[in-house]
Structures are given as structure tokens and as C-alpha cells.
Design a protein. Sequence first.
Length: 68
Amino acid sequence: MKKDIHPNYHDVTVVCACGNTFKTKSTVQGDTMKVDICRNCHPYYTGNRKIVDTAGRVEQFKKRYNLQ
């Protein structure tokens, strides 16, 4: 087996945008890793589903097919 070809695998602290932190191991440089979403704030795990209707698509559909 060749020596010195594997990346450095060390402990890192993951910091989420929601404020949650946890420890894991990674090959990422540095002692901290920042993420946008984790299991504490992800809609799939929390059950908080949001339907975003910014363009009024539901109303357009109802109007087109007369589904009031």
C-alpha cells in the first residue's frame, strides 16, 4: 500500500444556519464546517411543510378549469 496518499481524516464541528452544532469526522480542511440545513431544521425531518405559491399558480389552475 502506498504511503501519504490518503487525505487527513480528522474531527470537525458542523455548524448549521439554524444554530445547531454537532461533531463528525471529515477530510475538509479546518476545524469547522458550515452548512445551510441540518436534520433539526430540514422540512422532511421536522414535518413543517411549506407550500410556496409566489406566482399564483393554484389560482390560475382553479380559474382555468373552473374549480372554485
